[in-house]
Design a protein around this ligand. Structure first.
Ligand code: UTP
Length: 291
């Protein structure tokens, strides 16, 4: 396996999701019965990742608690004859090797990724934002990106999708050098949150990447950019001077769960995909007087 680490930055302040984020990490907000973050962890595990590196802030202890093995609680559940629940909570702690790295100052996504260097060292790794989930059939989007990473000789893959033209201003937009196959492109440049008339394409970066360790050198050289933050996109632009960078247009439905509407859409779609809720939920939606 060429990529065994996934780095999941979860140290952001979650301002867009206030007031809940005053007391609860947005990554821990539930989608039905699991935290948002766990859908991302599962997607990584399906891609063959064995080690998850969470980048957290000092006050996000609930993430560590969720992923730890709690032998006392398991014992209590088993003694009460609730083995099925004991098995469920055991699996959470046992399904991967977890690493926690604290980002002491919230200096941006690029800075958050750089904190993973102490664990990942010279290895390749996936990065997934802790608030972006996907639903999919077949290979997980992370798996698709890892396959593309191997296909191009272990060079950076920026994962994303085409967005409606007016929305590209919210994302990193891709400048295309050449199209390699239906979904894979080599890049000439990336523009973070471009003005509409300056966007080089409608291909947007959507919270998933695969890197080799060279990105750490680029991040160390990246000065503070937009919003006074160290931007991952700026580091990728720097890396591009040294080696080719690629874009993969992944298959799957992506939800921005750092945004309240995106989060609500994810809850509805995930609930509808589960047999135990589907019928009741459809009946409920039909009973609403919607116009
Ligand atoms: P966002 O851009 O959504 O930032 O980060 P945010 O601070 O979490 O949310 P808002 O914009 O204030 O509402 C994208 C991902 O990067 C992480 C976040 O936790 C999220 O998963 N992040 C962001 C960090 O880990 N550290 C940072 O300094 C910034």
């Amino acid at each position: 396996m060429k990529v065994k680490y996934a780095v999941i930055p979860c140290a952001g302040k979650g301002t867009r999701f206030l007031p809940i984020t005053k007391g609860v990490a947005k990554e821990m907000c539930p989608i039905v019965d699991r935290p948002t973050l766990d859908y991302i962890v599962e997607e990584c595990l399906e891609a063959g990742i064995t080690d998850i590196v969470f980048i957290v802030s000092k006050d996000k202890e609930d993430i560590r608690k969720y992923y730890s093995i709690d032998k006392e609680y398991e014992k209590e559940l088993r003694e009460a004859g609730k083995d099925n629940f004991a098995d469920i909570i055991h699996k959470i702690g046992a399904k991967a090797r977890y690493h926690f790295v604290i980002q002491h100052e919230q200096l941006g996504l690029g800075h958050a990724v750089l904190q993973a260097k102490s664990v990942v060292k010279n290895d390749n790794f996936v990065v997934c934002c802790g608030d972006d989930i996907c639903t999919y059939e077949g290979d997980s989007p992370v798996k698709q990106l890892v396959n593309a990473f191997e296909e191009v000789g272990e060079k950076t893959i920026v994962g994303g999708q085409k967005v409606p033209h007016e929305n590209i201003v919210k994302y990193g937009a891709m400048g295309i050098k050449s199209q390699i196959n239906e979904r894979l492109f080599s890049l000439s440049h990336i523009v973070e949150k471009p003005k509409l008339e300056e966007a080089p394409s409608d291909l947007a970066s959507l919270g998933k990447w695969v890197f080799n360790a060279k990105i750490f050198d680029a991040l160390e050289e990246t000065p503070k950019g937009a919003g006074g933050e160290i931007q991952l996109t700026d580091a990728i632009a720097l890396l591009m001077k040294e080696e080719d960078v690629y874009y993969y247009d992944f298959i799957g439905k992506r939800y921005d769960c750092g945004d309240k509407l995106g989060y609500l859409e994810a809850i509805i779609d995930v609930a509808l995909s589960r047999d135990e809720f589907r019928k009741g939920l459809i009946a409920h939606i039909k009973s609403l007087k919607l116009d």
